[in-house]
Design a protein around this ligand. Sequence first.
Ligand code: FAD
Length: 607
Amino acid sequence: VNPLTPGNPAHALFDLFVAAQTCKEVQLKFAELCRHLEVDSQDYRNFYNKLKERLNYWKAKDLWQKIDSRANHSDYEQGKPCAKTKCLVLGAGPCGLRVAIELALLGAQVVLLEKRTSFSRNNVLHLWPYTIRDLRNLGAKKFYGKFCCGSLDHISIRQLQLILLKLALLLGVEVHTGVSFKGLVEPQASGAAGWKALLHPESHPAAAYQFDVFISAGGGRFVPDGFKRKELRGKLAIGITANFVNRHTAAEAQVPEISGVARIYNQKFFQELHTEKGIDLENIVYYKDDTHYFVMTAKKNSLLKKGVIKQDFSDADQLLAPANVNQEALLQYARDAAQFSTGGKLPDMEFALNHAGQQDVAMFDFTCMHRAENASLVRERRGKKLLIGLVGDCLVEPFWPLGTGIARGFLAAFDTAWMVRNWGKGMPHLQVLSERESVYQLLSQTTPENTSKNYNAYSIDPSTRYPNVNVSSIKPKQVGAETWEEKKKVYLSIYSLTRLSDLLSWCQKHTAWCNRVQVKDLSQSWKSGLALCALIHHFRPKLIDMSRLKEKDAKFNNQLAFDILQREFGIEPIMSASDMATSKEIDQLSMVLYLTQVHNAFTETPV
Ligand code: FAD
């Protein structure tokens, strides 16, 4: 029992839950609180109200007031729109947690999976004014008293995750940590069984959960099958982050923060830094939080000259490969830049430690950023539809020095919640997708200036945030229709004969190298699977060894090609490999559709 709140153990447990500073502690204190109050955290429909009823404590009431004022917004219709919706959210990063909270407010059952067991990122996120208002309105200050005091506009990733985790739990989100998502499991039979997830550990109870909405917020590297990513390649940009221990002394408190000194605004500063220290930067940011956090973009030549990068390569991956980086020189470079930019006023700059117990300095490549081409799609198997959405870094990777990650991440979380609301309300799924994609078009251009300034009016409805949003700029027929029947209908309406003959010529051109293959049409010529394998081999020789394939092994060849195209490009097979190998007549339209996706995966100009 907390000695600060003697008397009522429930109040003490609530205080400990609110004050918990690690992911594990939050979960433990939450479980203890639930046990003590005899509320079942899995009873997601009634959980929050029961908790409220049983915890008659003024501190808790302050928080309930905040949460209720959000929950009573008309968009949520008291949890009716998604009362029958079951969501699986992947990732307890800030965006996964934020979307989970919105889905719970819409009345959905929400299960969230996170592979890690701790929140360990010291790095600090810039917050746009609307995110500060959003988090304040949700009671962030009750969990973290220092939240955006005065003019502060940032928070460490770790603290943000802790705040959002606590809110998610209070709203009945079922959070499982230490569980990795490995893929989707299709419904096995018609009837009751729905979509499930393949997990590690396999026997985890959440593996039995069936859902009709899957939201991936798995960060920059996790994009589920079926989504294509665009690569946005800019000029070489090398980011460095560094965290120093904050002892919270008066001297440290006085050192002013630097919120984005870009080269163009302060040439003198950067010239002096270059002349005095040999450090050449494009920009630098310094925020004070749990740590003293610096993020900067460094020029390659100065990193080479200072011996941070050992050898010059034109390829950014090779350039920044761990073997090509001198860690000691990197520590020195980051310390010198931090010291110079704070006028040497930060006393004994000791590096904070990262999750691996090492000095927290890292170098990242921002030359090539990714964004998903679509924000949503629907898959259907055995009559069961699954709505899939992306949020956060796996939708659009942010450039950290500009601090767009959380701002755009939360916008996408709200837009995704709106999409799920439409889904829950029974809107036809092509319309759900086309509305989501119409709104997604706006995301990459959003700034604090061109989004609405009426932050208090922000809700999951896109029109409260994006002035002049047109939710039908993308038409239902343009979006990821998923069943072949639906796709065929869409294609029938947009495919022209010229395009068909272009597609055929393209296939012929790129399979001509293989004398065992003769592509004459867009149907029967593909039966043995050899043509498809030859096409893949032409673009990616390492993926298929043609010399081992035989024309008579049609099922094997087709399966091989289907598997590769699904794994590498997320292209779903059109039919089973054996159907393809044995069918008397391969459906031309299905084949056209399939080959179109193959074409688009291998070329820059989609047909
Ligand atoms: P994330 O915060 O990356 O969360 C994704 C979560 O999904 C992770 O917790 C991950 O463990 C989990 N996950 C992934 N795959 C699986 C799986 N298969 N199964 C279960 N769980 C899974 N932004 C800045 O603006 N400044 C910075 O200095 C900065 N530093 C960063 C440092 C690191 C090491 C990383 C990874 C990101 C950093 N970012 C930074 C980006 C910032 O953290 C994100 O923009 C922000 O957290 C929003 O991301 P998110 O919620 O979409 O994803």
